[in-house]
Design a protein around this ligand. Structure first.
Ligand code: PRP
Length: 173
């Protein structure tokens, strides 16, 4: 596999600070719970919450939609739930990538039933080509048309998550 740089660490950090400033302004003085969708969003989440200038609670969920391949099975399961109650709080779902949209739509649906004040979605990458369900990403980092990308939390068969930048994965012929 070859890696081609798409978003450098510096670019990601700068964009994350911009998103953090916007979110801080929008939720100033409001009760906010930031929800990290494991595992891919873990690194982005850690940087994003540290760029917020407002108080936020942090929680984690774990879903599964891919099984070591570049193609989604379309099947989403919810294997680790939140621990913090979200009733009467604003919820910010933090994703590394929205691709088909199935994962975040499912999560949103599950969380809506718990009567939060609102649910917003922040995704570092809003990837359009394979979208199957309409999803409003309120805080997109980068909008991408196509391509399989790795790094900064994103994996291919559990590899490349630790890379500080984001790269396009190109298979060797
Ligand atoms: C990835 C990513 C999103 C989801 C997006 O997670 O982190 O949660 O897929 O894809 P979708 O919009 O097509 O549903 P993945 O299931 O690969 O798990 P991981 O975060 O542990 O890598």
């Amino acid at each position: 596999m070859n890696l081609q740089l798409m978003y450098s660490s510096e670019l990601i950090q700068a964009r994350t600070r911009e998103l953090g400033a916007r979110i801080s302004k929008d939720f100033h003085d409001l009760p906010l719970v930031a929800v990290c969708v494991l595992k891919g969003a873990a690194i982005f989440f850690a940087d994003l919450v540290r760029s917020l200038s407002i108080e936020t609670e942090m929680d984690f969920v774990r879903m599964s939609s891919y099984a070591g391949s570049t193609s989604s099975s379309g099947k989403v399961t919810f294997s680790k739930d939140m621990e913090i109650p979200i009733k009467d709080k604003h919820v910010l779902i933090v994703e590394d990538i929205v691709d088909t949209g199935l994962s975040v739509s499912y999560l949103r649906h599950v969380l809506e039933a718990r009567n939060p004040l609102s649910i917003s979605i922040c995704a570092l990458i809003d990837k359009l080509e394979r979208r199957q369900v309409q999803v409003k990403v309120h805080y997109p980092g980068f909008v991408l048309q196509e391509g399989f990308i790795v790094g900064y939390g994103l994996d291919y068969a559990e590899k490349y998550r630790q890379l500080p930048g984001i790269f396009k994965l190109i298979s060797e012929k």
